[in-house]
Design a protein around this ligand. Structure first.
Ligand SMILES: Cc1cc2nc3c(=O)[nH]c(=O)nc-3n(C[C@H](O)[C@H](O)[C@H](O)COP(=O)(O)O)c2cc1C
Length: 423
């Protein structure tokens, strides 16, 4: 069985099999962003479940800008002890623990921050009136973003995690830098792809230079944003070649953003009949990418059968098969697939449409499953999507307001100096 084969990564680490639990935002940290016992329990369950690689939900590099309240925040050593406990749990049974590191940029909810940042100023994210228009990062702030990603990676290495995955997909800040729609800068961080990719490449280069040899450095990228005039297929191919020259250990292929949620449903141009027949939405892209780069590719989105997973690895297109929603329903799925006890998983799809609120309700349903797993309970397949969404939205707003009331993640004088120093 191909998915049972170990995978040696360029840094020398060998992943014990080809199944990776893909990132799913948990929202289970404290208001200050410290990992909780529920997160430790959740990652012990994922590690016990047999996946070769276990990638955490996104962990943010700046306490001001969260993907959602309840994100783990790693700016410095403040949460080191709790991070150590989480790493130890995620490393059990020989799993490779990888932390996804992110900055949401313009996709920071208005309750979390009233003035989000982006490569260029522009329109607010057009989803449910939840976002404010972003201002452009100043030059010194761009350097600060790079330094933050590097610092966070070093703390995570000290905490005992096996690697990091830099999140440059799904319309978050690094993905915004890559897209000509959201990056209209005329300085060194904008312009042609080489300029738009420079922040990401600088982060990868500096992290690689400062971590130990066997520490895994991966990246998640979009095969396309699925928006007219956005980051497209051709640029994604070029970016993969740039990343492989920087010595990344693996690149995960996904697609879309909040306004065009291809990550959960497949992209409009990605959902060709051939792709649908092969389950995974981004496999066709990975097959073409395989011809231009040797970097190990992780393909995530849509895998539901053992045969589909084995065929993706067999063809050479996917070095790793990423599973997200199926893992929230059954964290022990990898072990069952590897034993041959299970050949397919039924993942409920409540909506046939692809509207942003559909993806919000679906994510909330799966988020509720993660909370149940973290609390030591079993998943509940009969939970209501709408109720899960209401609970998540209301809970996130309350937590965002509580953070404000306690002054957590507020703008500090040193942050303002980075803005004013540039004017
Ligand atoms: C509840 C939930 C949370 C997610 N959070 C993240 C995240 O933090 N980072 C990320 O890169 N992708 C995130 N995703 C996307 C998944 O990693 C994955 O790309 C997507 O769900 C498609 O894979 P699947 O068909 O196996 O679910 C999330 C998905 C879900 C359902």
């Amino acid at each position: 069985m191909r998915i049972a084969e170990p995978l040696p990564l360029p840094c020398g680490h060998v992943v014990k099999n080809r199944i990776a639990k893909a990132a799913m935002s948990e929202g289970l940290a404290t208001l200050e962003g410290a990992p909780t016992d529920d997160l430790v329990r959740l990652y012990r369950r994922f590690a016990e479940g047999g996946a070769g690689m276990v990638i955490t939900g996104n962990v943010v590099v700046d306490a001001r800008y969260l993907e959602r309240p309840g994100n783990v925040i790693v700016e410095d050593d403040t949460h080191l002890e709790a991070l150590r406990r989480m790493a130890a749990a995620a490393n059990e049974h020989g799993a490779l623990s990888v932390v996804q590191v992110n900055h949401p940029g313009r996709q920071t909810n208005r309750f979390v921050h009233g003035h989000p940042v982006a490569p260029s100023e522009g329109a607010a994210v057009k989803v449910l009136q939840s976002f404010a228009p972003p201002r452009a990062l100043t030059g010194p702030e761009v350097l600060d973003v790079i330094a933050r990603f590097v610092r966070t990676a070093l703390v995570l290495e000290r905490a005992g995690f096996g690697g990091v995955q830099i999140h440059a997909a799904h319309g978050y800040l690094l993905s915004q830098f890559l897209s000509p729609l959201t990056n209209r800068r005329t300085d060194e961080w904008g312009g042609p792809l080489a300029g738009r990719a420079k922040v990401l490449l600088e982060i990868v280069r500096q992290v690689r230079a400062r971590v130990a040899k066997g520490f895994v450095v991966g990246v998640k990228v979009n095969s396309a944003d699925f928006q007219r005039g956005g980051f497209d297929d051709g640029e994604a191919m070029e970016l993969l070649q740039m990343l492989s020259r920087e010595g990344v250990d693996f690149v995960e292929i996904s697609g879309g953003n909040y306004e065009s949620p291809a990550l959960l449903f497949g992209g409009d141009d990605g959902a060709s009949e051939r792709t649908v027949a092969r389950e995974a939405y981004f496999l066709e892209f990975a097959e073409r990418a395989r011809k231009v780069t040797d970097v190990p590719l992780m393909v995530t989105g849509g895998f539901r059968t053992l045969a589909g997973m084995n065929a993706a690895v067999e063809s050479g297109a996917a070095s790793l098969v990423g599973l997200a929603r199926p893992m929230a329903l059954d964290p022990a799925l990898p072990a069952r697939l590897l034993r041959g006890d299970c050949t397919s998983i039924d993942v409920p799809r409540p909506f046939s449409g692809k509207k942003p609120w559909h993806s919000l309700a679906e994510s909330a349903f799966y988020g509720a499953q993660l909370a149940r797993l973290g609390a030591g309970q079993l998943p509940d397949l009969h939970a209501s999507y709408i109720f899960s969404m209401v609970v998540q939205v209301v809970g996130d707003v309350v937590r965002a307001l509580a953070r404000r009331a306690y002054g957590i993640g507020r703008d500090l004088p040193e942050h303002r100096r980075l803005v004013e120093g540039a004017t």
